[in-house]
Design a protein around this ligand. Structure first.
Ligand code: ADP
Ligand code: MG
Length: 890
């Protein structure tokens, strides 16, 4: 599937210029041309209005009324609008639904317009901002605990050099990675961008990799232009200080920066210098594997129920974002993994220390995103206070940690990254009140004692207000009207107010009061004393606000100029949070520190699946731990056993253990030892995987082919019921040859779950393959699934036990036993699935012994099922049983 080229995407292009277009329509169309395929929010008074197709799209997404306004080319113009004051929530919904929005504001006042072009002049409007999923900085529109990435995919040269640049502009993090074409999907799946930029000439851009794919002009992707653009953006003479970049990397970064320039329309943008992401130091995990293992999000798209959602105990939003990155991209560098493990270990051993550290971190605000808003010119006093509190807290933390004698080496190396903000923190502490407002407009956020002149202005205002209060008492005295009040409002400013029945006294010419306004019950006056006191208050107030704004600007500049050091400190805090969170979760769930071996092995004792275990725990059920032991001599385990027996769970838990270990965390097991995995693959047979809605068997084979092409002796592969998506014979044949290839060619560690018992014959020829099964037992007529992995192949009687359980008549089961015995005898001889069927006595011949079996097994089994009495899971099982009856040819 690919996204239509840009020209076709914009169905909202201006209709051929209509001669009778009004000036407003002309202005609208010129803005719409600038907005491209973004929805245009056109400011009119207190509303943003949308017209034509934009209006139709917005009205249906937002579920608001679609009306019309005037005519264009003889047709009514569709229109809808959203109030400016609540625009943000509408924007959030539009972005979520996959739209991008261009905001056109009035850029002059009506008076200015009149002065410019006479009384009929239209107020000038311009696009002041684009709001797109990948470029949000608004706190309200962002999810604190997840990164929000914009990515650009560039391909240069005939060699097909491909690179991806990705930025989270809410924190300034900017990375770039060069990839081989076949790795593009995997990298994009790791980054999970909310918006992806591709060249308008790019072909075959898969739609599902990003919520939104945006086509940009080819010129944005020129690597030559990119170099200049990046140098200008970062204000450097050369990019050499950031590293050496290939043409593809330059093109991707350049396209990303060009787009940011375009959407920010002149506003500053926060990007840190680009980091080259080393895919070489990372475990390769392709998109299908990520999806099936549900590392950071479930197949349904949520965070809950994923590995991340289950184990996340971070106490800061930045920690949560880093943990997601870690799980999405485990390491392959042993030293780096050991560094992280040592830190987790140190924190795991000392619960008191861990508790203190976590309490301290929990109190820190999200400084990374506060900094992002300040750099983007959208920050305020509250953001500065957040920096003050976070960096000040970091300083205390640093002092406390430095006193510990046995710091894990990684922590000792990280700590200096918290230094150097003392002067800024002190300045902010002196300058700001404790909890300043988000918005600077009303002032009041600069602390007393920071600026003597400001204090004097505030004093003047206070004195003025006191004088006004004194005047009120004085006027009551003088007029004898006890209900006289001095009030303030936006229109009249300070004024005297008396009930209408007392107004006459003040109306008298020599009263000293001047009439201003008569309302239903009250009459309002001014006086020269009051006017004088009031203007002192107002003047001082205006000056005070201006003085505060000047301080805000200087303080913001001071923070912004240290942005890279601040961002680095935020990273350090996040790393500590992640380690403490992993340690905390490990301790409360009895996890262990994994050992890293130098040879390709995977030895796990008492391994568990954290997500399944957590789900079972909710209903008070116990998870049965299982061991695995893969080595060079025994590297392929074939796991058989009844449906629902725990095969898939066993496979996945071992893949998750590998991911957790190489992300530098403890693992859900009693003990674990593994040789580092370079590539991890997980495949699930098609019928377990309907959610993806593609031609499932085709997908299954494409994905399996990728494993056969890419898995190395250092890789770990789990194959779950591969071959299930097609007919029995095809499926068995394919599963058979895939196992052989994995064993003979790839020589990787592999767990292969299958319902084809015939595959167990492979153990005779493949010496590094061994047979295992999930145990089940019949007990008092019930089939008990033990969820226990044991050696050897499964014995086959459970299919029949299940049939009996399901109410298949005894005669039919008996008949089935006869058929089975025959099949098995035949298989002994030939090894074929259906071998031996030829000399099977006809079904009819056995009717005499088993009259109850007169109907065919399938009908009987069906008749034994009461759909109304089945839970969905049981229904699915029943379906599998029925399919099995057909497959077994019974
Ligand atoms: P299979 O792949 O063999 O059909 P699954 O792995 O899907 O079986 O497991 C089916 C259900 O059995 C799971 O949803 C879970 O509730 C339960 N289960 C699986 N493994 C275990 C285990 N080790 N301990 C306890 N319950 C388990
Ligand atoms: Mg399964």
């Amino acid at each position: 599937m690919s996204v239509p080229a840009r020209s076709a995407a914009n169905s909202n292009a201006a209709p051929a210029a209509h001669p009778a277009a009004t000036p407003m329509m002309a202005q609208y169309w010129s803005l719409k041309a600038k907005a491209g395929d973004c929805l245009l929010f056109y400011r009119m008074g207190d509303f943003f209005e949308l017209f034509f197709d934009d209006a139709k799209a917005a009205a249906s997404t937002l579920d608001i009324a679609l009306t019309s306004r005037g005519e264009h080319g003889g047709e009514p113009v569709p229109m809808c609008g959203v109030p400016v004051h609540s625009a943000e929530s509408y924007l959030a919904r539009l972005i979520k639904a996959g739209h991008r929005v261009a905001i056109a504001e009035q850029v002059e006042t009506p008076a200015e317009a009149k002065a410019r072009g006479g009384s009929k002049a239209l107020v000038a409007r311009d696009i002041v901002r684009f709001v797109t999923a990948g470029t949000l900085t608004e706190e309200a529109l962002l999810e604190g605990r997840s990164a929000n990435r914009l990515a650009a995919l560039a391909q240069v040269g005939s060699e097909g050099e491909v690179a991806i640049a990705a930025a989270d502009i809410s924190t300034g993090r900017f990375e770039v990675v060069a990839v081989r074409p076949e790795q593009v999907d995997a990298e994009l799946a790791r980054l999970a961008p909310s918006e992806l930029l591709v060249s308008e000439s790019a072909e075959d851009v898969p739609e599902w990799v990003a919520r939104q794919v945006v086509r940009r002009p080819q010129s944005d992707f020129s690597s030559a232009a990119a170099q200049k653009r990046l140098e200008t953006f970062f204000g450097v003479q050369t990019l050499d200080g950031f590293g050496r970049f290939g043409r593809g990397e330059l093109a991707a970064m350049g396209a990303l920066v060009a787009y940011l320039d375009h959407v920010a329309t002149g506003q500053p943008i926060f990007l840190q210098p680009p980091l080259k992401h080393q895919s070489s130091g990372r475990m390769a995990i392709d998109a299908a594997t990520r999806e099936s293992l549900e590392l950071v999000r479930t197949m349904a798209g949520g965070r809950d129920g994923s590995l991340l959602g289950t184990i996340d105990r971070t106490v800061t939003a930045a920690g949560a974002r880093l943990l997601a990155d870690d799980l999405a991209s485990p390491l392959t560098d042993k030293a780096a993994i050991l560094d992280r493990l040592d830190l987790v270990d140190g924190l795991a051993r000392d619960a008191l220390w861990r508790g203190e550290l976590r309490a301290a971190l929990r109190a820190l605000p999200d400084a990374g995103r506060a900094l992002g808003r300040l750099v983007a010119g959208r920050g305020g006093p509250r953001d500065l206070a957040q920096l003050r509190d976070a960096l000040g807290g970091a300083r205390l933390l640093r002092e406390r940690l430095a006193r510990r004698p046995d710091l894990p080496p990684l922590l000792a190396r990280l700590l200096p990254g918290l230094d150097g903000h003392g002067a800024l923190v002190d300045e902010l502490t002196r300058a700001l009140i404790d909890t300043p407002p988000v918005d600077a407009a009303q002032g009041g956020y600069v602390a007393e004692g920071y600026d003597a002149a400001l204090d004097a202005l505030r004093e003047t205002a206070r004195d003025g207000r006191k004088a006004i209060a004194a005047l009120e008492a004085q006027y009551r005295d003088r007029t004898g009207i006890a209900s006289l009040k001095i009030r303030h409002n936006g229109v009249l400013g300070y004024h005297v107010e008396v009930p209408a029945k007392h107004a006459d006294a003040l109306m008298a010419p020599e009263s000293g009061f001047a009439h201003r306004q008569t309302l239903a019950g009250v009459v309002r006056f001014n006086s020269s004393d009051l006017h004088e006191a009031a203007s002192r208050v107002t003047q001082a107030g205006v000056h005070a606000i201006a003085a505060e704004a000047a301080h805000l600007e200087v303080l913001t500049e001071a923070a912004v100029s240290r942005r890279e050091a601040i961002a680095a400190s935020c990273d350090v805090l996040a790393r500590i949070d992640v380690a403490a969170a992993l340690a905390d979760h490990a301790m409360s769930h009895n996890w262990c520190r994994p050992d890293l071996a130098d040879e390709p092995c995977l030895d796990v004792a008492g391994g568990r699946h954290p997500v399944v275990e957590a789900a079972l725990a909710k209903s008070g059920e116990r998870f049965v731990p299982n061991d695995v032991s893969l080595s060079e001599a025994d590297r392929l385990w074939l796991v058989t056993g009844p449906n629902m027996g725990g095969k898939s769970t066993f496979l996945r838990q071992n893949a998750l253990i590998v991911v957790l270990a190489q992300a530098g965390g403890f693992v859900p097991a009693a003990s674990a030892r593994l040789g580092l995995v370079d590539r991890l693959f997980s495949r699930v047979g098609a019928s377990d995987n309907l959610a993806r809605g593609r031609s499932t068997f085709m997908v299954e084979m494409v994905e399996t082919a990728a494993i056969l092409a890419q898995a190395t002796p250092q890789s770990f592969v789990i194959l779950d019921e591969v071959g299930r998506g097609t007919s029995t014979y095809d499926g068995l044949a394919l599963a058979w040859s895939v196992v052989e290839a994995v064993h003979e060619v790839n020589k990787c560690r592999c767990l292969f779950a299958t319902h084809y018992h015939e595959l167990t014959r492979l153990a005779e020829t493949l010496n590094a393959l061994s047979l295992h099964h999930v145990r089940a037992r019949e007990w008092q007529g019930d089939l008990v699934l033990l969820h226990e992995v044991a050696e050897g192949p499964a014995d086959r009687s459970y299919g029949l036990a299940v049939a009996r359980l399901a109410g298949v008549p005894a005669g039919v089961v008996k008949r089935a036993e006869a058929v089975l015995a025959k099949l098995e005898a035949g298989r002994e001889k030939t090894g074929g699935l259906a071998a031996g069927l030829d000399d099977l006595p006809l079904f009819a011949a056995t009717l005499a012994e088993a009259p109850a079996a007169a109907k065919d097994a399938l009908r009987e089994a069906l008749a034994g099922i009461d759909p109304d009495a089945l839970a969905p899971r049981e229904a699915l099982d029943a379906l599998y049983r029925l399919k099995q009856i057909v497959a077994d040819g019974r």
